[in-house]
Design a protein around this ligand. Structure first.
Ligand SMILES: *[C@@H]1O[C@H](CO)[C@@H](O)[C@H](O)[C@H]1NC(C)=O
Ligand SMILES: *[C@@H]1O[C@H](CO)[C@@H](O)[C@H](O)[C@H]1NC(C)=O
Ligand SMILES: *[C@@H]1O[C@H](CO)[C@@H](O)[C@H](O)[C@H]1NC(C)=O
Ligand SMILES: *[C@@H]1O[C@H](CO)[C@@H](O)[C@H](O)[C@H]1NC(C)=O
Ligand SMILES: *[C@@H]1O[C@H](CO)[C@@H](O)[C@H](O)[C@H]1NC(C)=O
Ligand SMILES: *[C@@H]1O[C@H](CO)[C@@H](O)[C@H](O)[C@H]1NC(C)=O
Ligand SMILES: *[C@@H]1O[C@H](CO)[C@@H](O)[C@H](O)[C@H]1NC(C)=O
Ligand SMILES: *[C@@H]1O[C@H](CO)[C@@H](O)[C@H](O)[C@H]1NC(C)=O
Ligand SMILES: *[C@@H]1O[C@H](CO)[C@@H](O)[C@H](O)[C@H]1NC(C)=O
Ligand SMILES: *[C@@H]1O[C@H](CO)[C@@H](O)[C@H](O)[C@H]1NC(C)=O
Ligand SMILES: *[C@@H]1O[C@H](CO)[C@@H](O)[C@H](O)[C@H]1NC(C)=O
Ligand SMILES: *[C@@H]1O[C@H](CO)[C@@H](O)[C@H](O)[C@H]1NC(C)=O
Length: 802
């Protein structure tokens, strides 16, 4: 029965299995070990002063064989993090630094861990003692790093500490082969042809992270291990370094700065190291660094074994964007190469073995028994020496002596993070998505790459226009370098580059995505298509409107979108992706035209016409109006969720503070008021407001509140800017819609609607579009016309015609 139970887990390898509530790890304050340590306090004078514990149970562990480096000094100074430095025989005996738990060799021998006397000297693996020490002091988090690595940017704050997070998961739909289970973080973070040390090279050529292999979850368990990326000299093997590193400057790699964290689902693997890695206590039993393999193998082997053990409990590993920097001394790459021999030879075998390994111990419902079996089986397979099976066993015994409780093995009754297949529910936790950034080589100039794309894509559009007989787009296009330089100097284009463009369709996407990609993609951090996305239903009619791969999207099913009633949910979802370093988010519907050269105030919410106080017929007559507004109030009244309460308070305060239309009344009165309508096919939310937006709009979404009401109330509660030409941006009546070219001009920020479906054939409609929008684009973006001084600016909010 037990065997069967475990097998079931492996029969469903893609199903992510979690059991959160059972994990209770308690370190008994009065455990034998702690008291022994305390009784050894008398030794402390002999071994130097030990600093007082900082609050928060957070520990950094490094080894060092030299005097305190600048990086170690920096680590020692981080607020709320305790630092342990593990010495080896080469470490200077007079090593001294304030605020450090320095474990000299002599002191290590006093520690009551059975492992200490068995670990080799002159070995990086003495770090294991540092882990045990930190755990004995009650660590909840251990940051594993080295004395030549420095936190950078957000540093340790880049990691997640909340139990529950939203975000992206790597979850291949087709994982029939080991190659599909492998994740290459460097590719995900935008580097071309680069792999982390430990990536099985026999699977590298042609390896991608797959097409149908990501989901976006609203709520998921935070990963037990988080690996941060490293700037400048990230961890690669000697082969990569031999081929690519500059003798003097190293690699100088800069990963894509926008890419979000990504969690690797159960059953998927990537190597990770001991240089910039955070362990939650639920992964402490997987921290052992093996001693029978080389220095350049030990942390990689640990990473694979750790992933397997974590998977047995439904726990996972994630990657987070760059939060440390390393400048590597030029050294002998051939020596590294020899040291990495086992990594090259056995990584693939290791992963394959671990993935197929089943726990068959008689008593296999207990994780500890399974781990003990695995340790022995690894030795049988000659993937490590039997000494390591013994030492890791001792490490686990030491953990247990401190009261460590192993997580539970989990079966099938656990949480499932696969993408929702129910296309009729509005309550979706995980959904299909895809996010991939342009791949660059180290040192490649992205501004020139983008300029080339702008020219090539626009060239497609010129051809597409020419099919209609419109051949006036005859400016002399600049060279990529000239264009890159011009665009570098444009304030607006630089701002756009740090913004995300969300293209939203109220109905399933069926035509024209390629046109949007070709017009806008090279100008933004990324374009994400949001809405119902069924690739099989998409028409690739010609090469200009056909899709370019990769295509970034977030799938919202037709019930969630409800013909656009909840299109605002797209911005909430894109926030939940947790992109980094984005300045703001533009939302544009598929049938809007966006004049990207218009300068708006990037620090504030931008809405085309603002929060006018018109009668909104939706309010009285649909399930998305008054009824939904009352449901919002009901949710807020009955909730115990502090986030909802805080958001609602902010909403109430904002409505009173900004006092649009002299409505001094707060949230409740404004929800019950039928006045207020904001048509919202185009708007901009700066990152400073995105969290508030997502929290408030999720409440509105849950209550079924219609777009024009939800957006109206949101923008009334924030400082916002309106387009100078706002009133002319929406064509309300059918007759105007038919004559949209009469309304289009370069001074608008956006115009709606201009239906792309009109341009399917090379007829008059497409020709007119080319003569207006495309011609203007050519003049301004490529022709260097600076005749567009009108900016989005504050104007009095106008009343729109009904
Ligand atoms: C592990 O169990 C799975 C499912 O029962 C089976 O397909 C696989 O062959 C087993 N692996 C080994 C090494 O026995
Ligand atoms: C899954 O991948 C394997 C190997 O790459 C391939 O042969 C198979 O056709 C794929 N299955 C599906 C359903 O795409
Ligand atoms: C993804 O799918 C598209 C279309 O089928 C294909 O052109 C592309 O090569 C695929 N990409 C990967 C990484 O498999
Ligand atoms: C499992 O262990 C129990 C008691 O330890 C023993 O009675 C039983 O025969 C064992 N079963 C197998 C299949 O080894
Ligand atoms: C299985 O192991 C647990 C803990 O190690 C023990 O409490 C239990 O009695 C064992 N069950 C069997 C059938 O051996
Ligand atoms: C989960 O396991 C139980 C018994 O352990 C079984 O009855 C049930 O069918 C399983 N469910 C799934 C979805 O496999
Ligand atoms: C535009 O189309 C005409 C035929 O309609 C063709 O002669 C001409 O070469 C085309 N121009 C370009 C730039 O493709
Ligand atoms: C544009 O600016 C970036 C960053 O400031 C720089 O790296 C790049 O070389 C510039 N491009 C050109 C063509 O000057
Ligand atoms: C809409 O409802 C409000 C109150 O619920 C009412 O005051 C108003 O007259 C109604 N408007 C119309 C046009 O029915
Ligand atoms: C909020 O908490 C109260 C008491 O603690 C409880 O009665 C109520 O059901 C909770 N409400 C919700 C929505 O969970
Ligand atoms: C708000 O009140 C001020 C001063 O009383 C007035 O000048 C302004 O027109 C009012 N605005 C609106 C939109 O009613
Ligand atoms: C500049 O644009 C304005 C309107 O946007 C237009 O009236 C004017 O003729 C343009 N000037 C040039 C030199 O193109």
């Amino acid at each position: 029965m037990a065997k069967l139970f475990i097998r079931n887990v492996f029969l469903l390898p893609l199903i992510v299995i979690l059991s959160i509530s059972f994990f209770i790890y308690k370190f008994h304050n009065n455990s034998a070990l702690i008291s022994q340590l305390v009784s050894k306090a008398v030794f402390h004078r002999e071994f130097g002063e030990f600093p007082p514990l900082k609050k928060g149970n957070r520990w950094i562990v490094v080894t060092s064989v030299s005097q305190p480096t600048e990086d170690v000094k920096r680590l020692a100074a981080i607020e709320d993090w305790n630092l342990v430095v593990v010495a080896d025989t080469k470490t200077p005996l007079d090593w001294k630094l304030e605020n450090v738990h320095f474990l000299s060799v002599a002191y290590q021998k006093q520690l009551p861990f059975t492992l200490v006397s068995e670990l080799p000297y002159k070995s990086y693996t003495r770090k294991n003692i540092g882990y045990l020490y930190a755990i004995s002091k009650g660590a909840e988090w251990i940051y594993d790093t080295d004395d030549d690595n420095k936190p950078y940017g957000l540093g340790l704050k880049q990691f997640d500490y909340e139990d529950q997070v939203s975000g992206v998961r790597f979850l291949p739909q087709n994982a029939s082969g080991i190659s599909q289970r492998l994740f290459n973080p460097y590719r995900f973070y935008g580097m071309d042809g680069m792999w982390p040390r430990g990536f099985p090279l026999e699977h590298f050529e042609k390896h991608t992270n797959g097409n149908n292999s990501q989901v976006l979850c609203y709520k998921m368990k935070r990963a037990a291990v988080q690996q941060g990326l490293v700037h400048h000299d990230p961890d690669v093997d000697a082969i990569y370094r031999l081929l690519n590193a500059d003798k003097n400057n190293g690699l100088n790699v800069e990963f894509n700065k926008f890419a979000p964290p990504i969690t690797l689902s159960v059953g998927t693997y990537s190597p990770w190291n001991s240089q910039n890695t955070l362990f939650h206590k639920s992964a402490f039993h997987t921290m052992f660094l093996p001693t029978t393999v080389s220095f350049r193998t030990t942390d990689i082997w640990r990473s694979f074994i750790s992933q397997k053990i974590l998977h047995l409990s439904g726990l996972t590993v994630s990657f987070v964007s760059t939060n440390a920097v390393q400048f590597r001394n030029a050294h002998d790459y051939l020596k590294d190469f020899k040291n990495e021999k086992q990594v090259y030879e056995d990584s693939g075998k290791m992963i394959e073995f671990l993935h197929n390994w089943n726990c068959t111990r008689n008593n296999s419902t207990v994780l500890e028994n399974c781990i003990n079996q695995l340790l022995v089986d690894l030795a049988k397979e000659k993937l490590w020496g039997s000494e390591d099976a013994r030492l890791m066993g001792m490490y686990l015994e030491d953990l247990k002596s401190m009261g460590f409780k192993f997580p539970k093995l989990v079966g099938n009754s656990t949480q499932d993070y696969s993408a929702s297949r129910d296309e009729t529910t509005r309550d979706v936790n995980c959904r299909r998505m895809h996010l991939e950034f342009d791949l660059l080589k180290p040192r490649e100039d992205q501004s020139i790459r983008r300029a080339e794309q702008k020219l090539n894509y626009f060239g497609n559009i010129v051809d597409w226009c020419n099919e209609t007989g419109y051949s006036d787009i005859s400016i002399n296009f600049p060279s990529p370098k000239q264009l890159a330089k011009q665009n570098n100097e444009s304030y607006v284009f630089q701002k756009d580059l740090n913004s995300v463009l969300l293209a939203v369709n109220n109905y399933p996407w069926d035509y024209g995505m390629g046109l949007i990609q070709r017009l806008y993609q090279p100008y933004f951090a990324t374009i994400i298509f949001c809405g119902s996305w069924y690739p099989e239903n998409f028409q690739n009619l010609d090469k200009t409107t056909s899709i370019m791969h990769p295509i970034n999207y977030i799938h919202m099913n037709p019930a969630e979108m409800s013909k656009g009633a909840f299109a605002y949910h797209c911005v909430t979802l894109v926030k939940e992706l947790r992109l980094n370093n984005v300045q703001g988010y533009f939302l544009m519907s598929d049938d809007a035209v966006f004049n990207i050269w218009q300068r708006i105030d990037y620090a504030r919410v931008h809405h085309i016409h603002g929060s006018n106080n018109l009668y909104n017929s939706w309010y009285n007559h649909t399930q998305y109006g008054a009824k939904a507004a009352k449901r919002v109030l009901e949710i807020v009244k009955t909730t115990n969720d502090t986030e909802i309460k805080t958001t609602w308070q902010k909403f109430d305060d904002g409505l009173r503070k900004y006092d649009y239309h002299n409505l001094t009344e707060g949230a409740e009165a404004q929800m019950l008021n039928h006045l207020g309508k904001s048509v919202s096919d185009f708007y901009y939310i700066p990152t400073s407001e995105i969290e508030y937006y997502a929290n408030l709009m999720r409440i509105f979404y849950q209550a079924n509140l219609f777009l024009e009401i939800a957006m109206n109330r949101f923008i009334r509660s924030v400082d916002h800017q309106i387009s100078l030409q706002g009133a002319c941006s929406y064509l309300w009546v059918e007759e105007d819609r038919q004559h949209w070219p009469d309304f289009y001009n370069q001074d608008l920020v956006a115009l709606h609607p201009v239906k792309p479906s009109l341009f399917k054939t090379a007829g008059e409609d497409r020709k007119t579009y080319c003569a207006t929008v495309i011609q203007t684009w050519a003049d301004i973006v490529f022709g260097g016309s600076t005749n567009y001084t009108v900016k989005g600016d504050d104007v009095k909010e106008v009343y729109l015609p009904e």
